[in-house]
Design a protein around this ligand. Structure first.
Ligand code: ASP
Length: 453
């Protein structure tokens, strides 16, 4: 992958960073998507957007997903053996779980307050809205969710990407490895080596991000016309406002309060992961990039990050909870139902619990919303109203979700003394270009080793 160059004031040529390239690709994707949407050509929609762009986007998301399970496995093995003390492991687990629940609960509570103040959905006319085909999901009981953390078959857990089961099994494996002591040296070295290899593969996949992101964004914006947004504009604006408030306000306040770290530096360093989350609408698929941002760009040690990031991608969904809060208030207003304080407290509890058992994949927030609505007796058919705009909202809330994961990870790392401040404060730390460089001498030596003549 060649990088684009731009002249510097002193006449030299400076490489455009990958983050800048990805941001530009995103902007270009939005412009192309909006233009294609306005043109509305059958040929473009079927062959270029539905064909070429869809193919590139899918390949890119598949490539990210391809990384998740082996990366989480190897980095978590290294993480557990790196911590070396089971009590510390328990403390990291407890702290991150507590913070994840706290941020989600605060997120939805603030969302409900904001939505109640703004009052979207009042006087909405339901006539002409097709509500057929919407059916509710039953919330899994908390007990079932916890029981399901223990896999009956670890191979099936890995094959199906069951994140909580994978985390559980890998931690047990890491503990057993630790218990075997010096006999495990070879295994630990191999896992460390595989972890390095996986991080290289992440860098390779990320190098294709500008193309992948462009295709994904252009496709979404071609398919999403502005006409979908107009009827529910009040809902969209309230939701986006609440999401941004959480992103730049609450989360940054948490970061500053609990870790003392600079929120502006944090925001700059997490940007690549946010763009990936926005483009893929999946916290899970973004795990490799989030992990890379918090370790190589922010200096969190792998021993904390390898656990906190995949754990957060599964159980922590601040943005999704905010959507549920705003959507509940919106639908209550549309149907003229007063939920009262008890109703809203139920919504908060349900959203926090539902986020634990559901993985970070596109659209899961809506499924969780059906559980929340049925719990407080709101008609589930109301979801038809917001279905059309949900893809774009999903993209934004997923970016908020992974930012929450990264905030908690850095707080835990900092409070455990596992954050390298020099890395955090170095603006160029963890640039992908550097890690893609191939050491030619070493490569030649390896080739000679592999094919002795
Ligand atoms: N797409 C979100 C995520 O992956 C979940 C959701 O809100 O639908 O985090």
């Amino acid at each position: 992958m060649t990088s684009t160059s731009s002249p510097t004031p002193d006449g030299g040529r400076q490489k455009m960073t990958l983050t800048t390239q990805i941001m530009l690709a995103m902007g270009l994707g939005i412009i192309v998507g909006v233009i294609f949407n306005m043109i509305g050509s059958e040929f473009i929609n079927t062959h270029i957007v539905g064909g070429l762009f869809a193919m590139i986007g899918k390949m890119f998301v598949n490539a990210l997903k391809m990384l998740v399970v082996p990366l989480v496995f190897f980095s978590l093995i290294c993480g557990v053996t790196g911590i070396g003390d089971i009590r510390v492991l328990g403390r990291v687990g407890g702290k991150s779980f507590g913070l994840y629940m706290l941020t989600t609960a605060v997120a939805i509570a603030v969302a409900i307050v904001i939505a109640s103040l703004i009052g979207p959905g009042k006087g909405f006319d339901m006539a002409g809205i097709d509500t057929s085909g919407i059916s509710g999901k039953q919330a899994p009981s908390v007990w079932d969710v916890f029981a399901g953390i223990v896999p009956t078959n670890p191979v099936a857990a890995f094959a199906n990407g069951e994140m909580l089961q994978i985390i559980f099994y890998t931690i047990i494996l890491g503990i057993a490895v630790l218990m075997l002591g010096h006999e495990s040296k070879g295994f630990v070295k191999a896992a460390e080596y595989m972890n390095e290899v996986m991080m290289k593969i992440v860098a390779i996949v990320m190098a294709f991000a500008p193309i992948g992101v462009f295709a994904l964004i252009a496709k979404t914006f071609t398919e999403q016309g502005i006409d979908l947004f107009l009827p529910v504009l009040a809902y969209v604006l309230t939701l986006v406002f609440a999401l941004l408030l959480h992103l730049f306000g609450t989360l940054m306040l948490f970061l500053k309060m609990f870790s003392g770290l600079n929120p502006i530096t944090f925001m700059k360093k997490i940007r690549p992961a946010q763009v990936f989350a926005f483009s893929t609408a999946s916290s899970n698929a973004t795990i490799p990039v989030t992990l890379r941002c918090v370790t190589e760009r922010m200096g969190a040690k792998n021993s904390v990050a390898s656990f906190c990031v995949p754990f957060g991608a599964t159980i922590n969904m601040d943005g999704t909870a905010i959507m549920q809060g705003v959507a509940t208030v919106f639908l209550a207003n549309v149907y003229g139902i007063d939920l009262g304080l008890g109703g809203y407290l139920t919504v908060i509890a349900m959203a926090v619990l539902a986020s634990i058992g559901t993985a970070g994949v596109p659209g899961v927030g809506l499924v969780m919303l059906t559980m929340v609505l049925s719990q407080v007796g709101l008609p589930i058919e109301g979801i038809a109203l917001i279905l059309g705009v949900d893809r774009l909202m999903d993209m934004i809330r997923t970016a908020v979700n992974i930012t929450g994961d990264a905030v908690v990870t850095t707080i835990v790392a900092k409070t455990e003394g596992k954050l390298d401040l020099d890395v955090f404060n170095d603006p160029m730390a963890g640039s992908v270009q550097d890690s893609l460089d191939i050491n030619e001498a070493a490569e030649a030596e390896l080739a000679g080793y592999a094919n002795p003549r």
